[in-house]
Design a protein around this ligand. Structure first.
Ligand SMILES: Cc1cc2nc3c(=O)[nH]c(=O)nc-3n(C[C@H](O)[C@H](O)[C@H](O)COP(=O)(O)OP(=O)(O)OC[C@H]3O[C@@H](n4cnc5c(N)ncnc54)[C@H](O)[C@@H]3O)c2cc1C
Length: 472
């Protein structure tokens, strides 16, 4: 038997179920495949930073696979519709009689995979697909009445129980029989994507880099519960792009965290809190599968469809460019623009500012994040946006609107992060950054070249409360 392993967002050789099983059963060698789909990626708002990251990881993956005698073939077609014929053709041309791949759960991705299964069956190619993307597959957790969970806390209770025995990981496969298949040259460009702002310096490719990050983070995981909310402190793992592209698996992360958490599950402290973030990642995939409307631009809470969102191109652009006049919001948005990543606390603050203070549709913010984030992931991004906009499962109640000034006072008291991202505010004393009146006065006094606030805090808040209240 010769297997074809189709890689997607699982760009690694260690703990890769599809690769592991394929290599174990292939007596006549193994071939790997990756399909570049530029039009589809554009349609999905995939960010250039992320696509660049994929390609760079594809290069390191190709080298790792070559050391196992597994040639990586790369093909390009425009959309997912063309993928079934590409996959079957590559299988046939390389004498592969078996296909292995890891599942993806988004709607278009699932449809594509079903079509590939059918095409393989019609071409007499055996197929096996595996769960890999999350720790507990979406349909494996259900409520007593067989439904999907809509609330995180009870979901997490079951998740904790299920994952007690699940932190096992597969090692990289053994060297395969040498075969006469030429690996492809890995593309460095993709039509429609401009990589000039992709920060290769911040997001180096490769499994070794991801493993290094996990190891370094393991040294500070015990402080995660306190450090994770402070943007000026490097207190989180910075693994999200690697998890999103599958350069590291969530099981590898869980195994590392569990080995740090003496109580294993349900304990307190940094490791337990970090594990609960991995649980959120699974939960949002669970929600996306259970309620596919959320990945089709619809709110989870259908009644919020009636909110009369404002349309203001200039406010939206000010938000995107970090020029709202609200320091913590601008600092977050500039971090996103400059690095392709944003600290979680600031993702919540900026998302809430757009959807509440500016009353702009969460879908516009979700799209902008997706178009910019190096770690953009439909389920997590949608979950985060719908949480912030109070339209989702488990969402923040609409009347609990973050005050950006209180947020910065709490999480960036000395203004370190704000001043790093907004150097115009350097001359302003920290204690004047966290109050609208004091900030305006200080800007005048110091002649700071920083935008005035684009919305009055109180008026914006009242407008949002009224819009949500009108749904009752
Ligand atoms: C509006 C909004 C949009 C977001 N968009 C994305 C996105 O597109 N992709 C993405 O991976 N995360 C997203 N998140 C979640 C979170 O902000 C990032 O995962 C986190 O900031 C990544 O940094 P880290 O790797 O250092 O995380 P750590 O704090 O070290 O957490 C470890 C891992 O857990 C996962 N994780 C952490 N928090 C969450 C969460 N709230 N929801 C789901 N998974 C989580 C991530 O995979 C992360 O890498 C979003 C959050 C919000 C509020």
């Amino acid at each position: 038997m010769r297997s074809l392993v189709w890689f997607r967002r699982d760009l690694r050789i260690s703990d890769n179920p599809a690769l592991h099983h394929a290599a174990q059963n292939s007596s006549e060698g193994t071939v790997a495949l990756f399909v570049v789909t530029p039009q589809q990626w554009l349609q999905h708002d995939d960010a250039p930073a992320k696509v660049s990251f994929w390609l760079r990881n594809l290069q390191t993956l190709s080298e790792s696979l070559a050391s196992l005698n597994i040639p990586l073939v790369v093909k390009t077609c425009d959309s997912f519709d063309d993928v079934p014929s590409v996959v079957t053709k590559v299988a046939k041309n390389n004498q592969c009689d078996h296909l292995c791949f890891n599942r993806e759960y988004e709607v278009n991705e699932s449809r594509r995979d079903d079509a590939v299964m059918t095409a393989c069956q019609e071409s007499n190619i055996g197929v096996q697909r595996f769960h890999d993307r999350v720790i507990v597959p979406p349909r494996e957790i259900e409520t007593g009445s067989g439904d999907f969970y809509k609330v995180f806390t009870p979901y997490r209770k079951v998740w904790n129980e299920k994952t007690l025995e699940r932190a096992e990981v597969f090692s990289a496969p053994k060297k395969q029989k040498k075969i006469d298949v030429k690996p492809s040259k890995i593309p460095t460009k993709v039509k429609g994507f401009d990589f000039s702002n992709a920060r290769e310096d911040l997001w180096p490719a490769g499994e070794a880099e991801a493993a290094k990050r996990l190891e370094q983070f393991s040294d500070k995981i015990k402080h995660y519960d306190n450090a994770r909310d402070v943007p000026s402190v490097n207190g989180t793992s910075l693994l999200s792009p690697y998890l999103a592209a599958g350069v590291i698996s969530p099981r590898q992360c869980l195994a590392a965290a569990r080995s740090n958490n003496a109580q294993r599950i349900g304990g307190e402290g940094g490791a337990a809190v970090w594990i609960s973030e991995l649980t959120w990642r699974d939960f949002y995939a669970h929600v996306m599968v259970g309620f596919p409307r959320v990945s089709m631009h619809q709110p989870f809470k259908l009644k919020t469809e009636k909110i009369d969102w404002r349309s203001s191109e200039s406010d939206l652009n000010a938000w995107k460019n970090g020029e709202t006049g609200y320091p913590i919001v601008d600092a977050g948005m500039r971090q996103l623009k400059q690095t392709g990543w944003m600290h979680n606390r600031l993702r919540m603050v900026t998302a809430m500012f757009l959807t509440k203070n500016l009353l702009i549709d969460w879908r516009l913010g979700e799209k902008h994040f997706m178009e910019t984030l190096v770690d953009g992931d439909l389920a997590a991004n949608n979950g985060g946006w719908q949480w912030s906009a109070s339209t989702g499962t488990d969402a923040v109640p609409y009347f609990r609107i973050f005050n950006p000034f209180s947020q910065s006072k709490r999480f960036d008291k000395e203004g370190k992060f704000i001043k790093k991202m907004c150097p115009e505010l350097e001359p302003i004393p920290a204690n004047q950054l966290h109050d609208p009146k004091k900030l305006t006065d200080a800007m005048e006094q110091h002649g700071a070249d920083y935008p005035a606030m684009i919305v009055d805090y109180k008026a914006g808040r009242e407008r949002a409360l009224a819009a949500f209240k009108s749904l009752d």
